[in-house]
Design a protein around this ligand. Structure first.
Ligand SMILES: [Zn+2]
Ligand SMILES: [Zn+2]
Length: 252
């Protein structure tokens, strides 16, 4: 019988190194690169206030949108057996539907390491752009990537806090002010079939994306073009779980 998503996790209960070492290196590289990018922007900020303000706005909206897009993709397509993204991205999101509180037991490395790893290529690219020699468009791009990268840390952490019962008072204040996704807001996503409120950083875009049926429309386009069925793996998984439960009750 197929394993449950929880059993398919790529993490061992007490990881010795493996992927955790990759996450630790990613966190160190992220800290160095982000400090470099922010310092460079600060030294070059004179006379570019409008560009930087525009970059912050784009990054704030972009962080929320990307959190929803990546979450939707991992929930909707593929299986935990897929190479690379299967065990590192798809399995954790599917497991999260089966055990929503598991994320609250993850430490800082497990919560944020993967997000930082994913942000590194764009940050490296931004660091390679010579700000002084290029125009305002390049500056806007580099600044947006710099602020978006900071959001990479925020996304999983904000998601974790939306499931955490005891959290710092300043986090509760930010959630109440709508500056981080709240428990009540994120609870909408945890109602089966888990196809609403995908954005997990601020949740600002969820009402708009759900109202215009952004993700269902995207799914039907992809299905029409590729023939792939959304959540096919979930359906097969639920069917097998039901069959296993029936077989178990028949033996009692
Ligand atoms: Zn989900
Ligand atoms: Zn959640």
């Amino acid at each position: 019988m197929k394993r449950s998503y929880l059993e398919s996790s790529f993490r061992e209960p007490h990881p010795r190194c493996g992927f955790r070492c990759v996450e630790l290196v990613a966190i160190a590289a992220f800290a160095v690169l982000e400090t470099t990018l922010v310092t460079r922007l600060a030294l070059d900020s004179a006379g570019h206030g409008v560009t930087l303000a525009l970059a912050v706005t784009l990054a704030l909206v972009g962080i929320d949108f990307l959190s929803g897009l990546v979450h939707w993709a991992a929930d909707t397509w593929g299986t935990p057996e897929w190479p690379l993204v299967g065990r590192t991205l798809i399995a954790p999101f599917r497991e999260h539907h089966e055990d929503p509180l598991a994320i609250t037991r993850h430490d800082f490395v497990e919560t944020n390491g993967s997000s930082m790893l994913v942000a590194l290529p764009a940050m490296l690219l931004a660091a390679a752009v010579p700000l002084e020699r290029l125009g305002e468009a390049a500056r806007l791009g580099v600044a947006t990537v710099t602020f978006l990268a900071a959001g990479a840390v925020l996304t999983n952490q904000a998601h974790k806090w939306s499931h955490t019962a005891r959290r710092p008072s300043w986090v509760v204040a930010l959630q109440r002010a709508g500056l981080l996704v709240s428990r009540e807001h994120h609870a909408v996503h945890h109602r089966a079939p888990h196809t609403r409120a995908y954005c997990i950083t601020f949740g600002w875009l969820n009402p708009i994306l759900d109202r215009v049926r952004f993700f269902p429309v995207l799914e039907s386009w992809i299905q029409a073009m590729t023939g792939a069925v959304p959540r096919a793996d979930d359906r097969a998984h639920r069917h097998e779980q039901r069959a296993a439960r029936r077989a178990l009750s028949a033996t009692r």
